[in-house]
Ligand binder design. Structure first.
Ligand SMILES: NC(=O)c1ccc[n+]([C@@H]2O[C@H](COP(=O)([O-])OP(=O)(O)OC[C@H]3O[C@@H](n4cnc5c(N)ncnc54)[C@H](OP(=O)(O)O)[C@@H]3O)[C@@H](O)[C@H]2O)c1
Length: 357
């Protein structure tokens, strides 16, 4: 299924089709006044807002729309800047207010800075640190100085004076326990460079991060093919009133692939879905784009789990944010569907089906 050729096609056609797709959903076009006899020139208006639910993000002062934007895909896929400009500006117009990025998603921080730093007051900017050395090369550096340097670099790349949330980017439990990187986040907070601090990761490290009481927020894998968090970390995070970001919230849409995906990053969830055999993610239901189809059910599962505040779906397609926001407007899944998804997981999950970083 999605292949390099599809990606290439998207990258080059998406900028051209952006105006039509983003505006087409609302059907709104304004026509500028033209001299008599001349054809009116269509002037695109802002796409209409989608009324998505908003939630208070734990004990922070942020109120977040339940659908955010995850930028790993635009970074790793090296999406054209014009497409990124279109995706992000349209999504902001439509109700997006959380943009998540990281120091190591290739150029994603810079793509975001170029696209929307002029609208900085309209969104919360979450980024991560730890996978960049002080000389700018890629590699882990969890020292206090290295972590602080990573934050400074993100401020410049994102073209901002302050980050709303800085997250340790999936460092190990041992690194967390060592504590230097946490001290760095606390220092950055004191200096006013970041407003809140978080841990982005899974399993035992995420549990330790929550229990430490040092973090305002947790970003963790939460989806139909990654449910370890449902019992291990979500209830604890709720108890501590932490902001919770669901990463990989649509399970990489791994049901899209008829056969094992070429994209290695999508293989683990594809394998799990083969074993889970959810009725909504097999056969024709995979193509159902309504709220009870594969994407709708997967996204609604993640977004309405108790304790979750925002789902940061990744995409390089201009029309996606709106499509997914519309799916979420259907609200929580029925109790029966929720139970079926949880029961299948409990029956099929293998001991090594831990949270995927
Ligand atoms: N360790 C960490 O901190 C960590 C690790 C992983 C991810 N993250 C964060 O989480 C974000 C999201 O993760 P992700 O992008 O890996 O996974 P994801 O959001 O679960 O999946 C993204 C994929 O789903 C597809 N998709 C989105 N909506 C769809 C729909 N309605 N129908 C069909 N396909 C759809 C997208 O394809 P299209 O391009 O075709 O829309 C994209 O390939 C990342 O961008 C990043 O910010 C953090």
């Amino acid at each position: 299924m999605p292949s390099h050729s599809r990606r290439d096609f998207l990258k080059h056609s998406a900028a051209a089709t952006f105006a039509a797709s983003a505006i087409g959903a609302g059907g709104a076009r304004a026509f500028a006044a033209q001299p008599e006899g001349e054809k009116p020139m269509p002037t695109p208006t802002k796409p209409a807002k989608v009324e998505v639910e908003r939630r208070k993000f734990g004990k922070t002062d942020m109120t977040v729309a339940i659908l955010g934007f995850g930028s790993a895909e635009i970074g790793y896929e090296r999406t054209d800047q014009a497409v990124v400009d279109g995706i992000l500006n349209a999504a902001l117009d439509q109700g997006l207010n959380v943009v998540d990025t990281a120091e190591c998603y290739i150029d994603a921080e810079e793509q975001i800075g170029r696209a929307i730093s002029h609208r900085r007051k309209e969104f919360y900017l979450f980024t991560k640190c730890g996978h960049v050395r002080p000389d700018g090369s890629r590699g882990d550096d969890w020292s206090k100085a290295g972590t602080l340097a990573s934050i400074e670099r993100s401020l410049v790349r994102c073209k901002t004076d302050v980050l709303d949330l800085i997250q340790l980017h999936s460092c190990s439990l041992d690194t967390l326990k060592k504590g230097e990187c946490i001290e760095a986040l606390e220092e950055a907070k004191k200096q006013g460079k970041v407003r809140y601090i978080g841990y982005s990761g899974d399993s035992q490290a995420a549990k330790w991060a929550i229990e430490s009481g040092k973090f305002d927020a947790l970003q963790t894998s939460i989806n139909i093919a990654d449910q370890e968090c449902v019992e291990l970390t979500l209830p604890l995070a709720q108890e501590k009133n932490m902001g919770v970001v669901a990463k990989r919230p649509i399970a990489n849409a791994a049901w899209r692939y008829d056969t094992k995906p070429d994209n290695g990053y999508h293989v683990e969830y594809w394998n799990r879905l083969q074993a889970l055999k959810y009725p909504f993610a097999t056969g024709d239901k995979r193509q159902d784009t309504g709220p009870d189809g594969a994407a709708g059910t997967a996204l609604r599962f993640s977004a309405f789990l108790p304790g979750v505040h925002v789902c940061i779906v990744g995409t390089s397609r201009p029309e996606r944010w709106r499509q997914n926001a519309e799916l979420l407007r259907a609200g929580p899944l029925s109790a029966e569907t929720m139970k079926m998804i949880r029961d299948r997981w409990k029956e099929a999950a293998k001991p090594d089906w831990t949270g995927q970083t």
